[in-house]
Design a protein around this ligand. Structure first.
Ligand code: 13P
Length: 287
């Protein structure tokens, strides 16, 4: 079922676990994530960046593929199809195309403009029963050409955005997209705690899930994080398994060049990564 992320995240916040957002890049990714969620009876959020949306031939193609797959694979767990780091225009396009959830990332605007644009989208999403994620304090690192400064959010600004009635809130707490540098200082739990105190039951979102140590993930969940985004880790796992397949010369054996064989180890690696994260986040059996 394609559903808004509101109910699954409200349950997660109350139950002190987190639902994973796994970004999709193509058919193999989507299938691997949906099958793993079903197998583990876990709710799941499929993330689509604007770049990945373009790559997959537009938002309508993505909606068609995901809805078709849910039906044909007999997926029964709650699935939200979510725009990741959307622009204002991108959010509107995804709403039109049939996404069940969108993120409007206005973190690079002055706070007044972030508030004005987020407010407008809150009204639209509420009317249509869609979930909306907002962001305060840019997430560091680079994702799809969007470079964030790795800010630490101002808890008061978080409260201002939360009060607009968004479904969930992403706040920069020293997290970055992609691999973490050797000298990374870790998550700012002091800031997270302050944000949590001011925003109460609002599900908080942790971006840049790749490479955050398990103990930090658990602590973040205990402090109110109920959605965790993972992208790079699946890409690294897929690339490594595919490289090994080719380096072992398996594409040259028999019909090993058939894409269904060539990509199979990579797909299995995505599944293993998603499983590991769902177990760590505590969402297994919560569908
Ligand atoms: P990673 O690529 O670091 O896992 O981050 C994913 C993310 O936050 C998507 O918004």
């Amino acid at each position: 079922m394609l559903v808004s992320a509101k109910e699954m995240l409200t349950k997660a916040k109350a139950g002190k676990y987190a639902v994973g957002q796994f970004n999709i890049n193509n058919l193999e990714w989507t299938k691997a994530i949906l099958q793993t969620a079903e197998e583990l009876k876990s709710p799941v959020i499929l993330g689509v960046s604007e770049g990945a949306g373009k790559y997959m031939c537009g938002y309508k193609t993505v909606v068609g593929m995901v809805k078709g797959m849910i039906e044909e694979l007999g997926i029964t767990v709650p699935v939200a199809l979510h725009l990741d780091h959307g622009s204002y225009e991108g959010a509107k396009k995804c709403i039109e195309a049939g996404f069940s959830s969108v993120m409007f990332d206005g973190s690079h605007y002055p706070i007044e403009e972030n508030i004005a644009k987020t407010k407008e989208l809150v009204e639209t999403c509420n009317k249509l029963g869609l979930s909306l994620e907002a962001e305060v304090g840019a997430i560091g690192g680079e994702e799809d050409g969007v470079i964030g400064g790795g800010e630490v959010a101002d808890p008061k600004e978080c409260k201002m955005i939360a009060d607009l009635g968004v479904t969930m809130l992403a706040a920069g707490i020293g997290n970055i997209h992609g691999k973490y540098p050797e000298n990374w200082a870790g998550l700012r739990f002091d800031t997270l705690e302050e944000i949590q105190k001011l925003t109460g039951t609002m599900p908080l979102v942790l971006h840049g899930g790749t490479g955050i140590p398990a103990d930090m993930i658990k602590k973040a969940i205990s402090l109110g994080v109920s959605k965790i985004n993972v992208n790079t880790e699946c890409q690294l796992a897929f690339a490594e398994a595919t490289r090994k397949y080719i380096e072992a010369g398996k594409d040259l054996e028999g019909k090993g060049f058939d894409p269904r064989k060539l990509l199979a180890d990579g797909v299995a690696a995505i599944k293993a990564t998603v499983k590991e994260k769902m177990e760590l986040f505590g969402s297994v059996g919560k569908a």
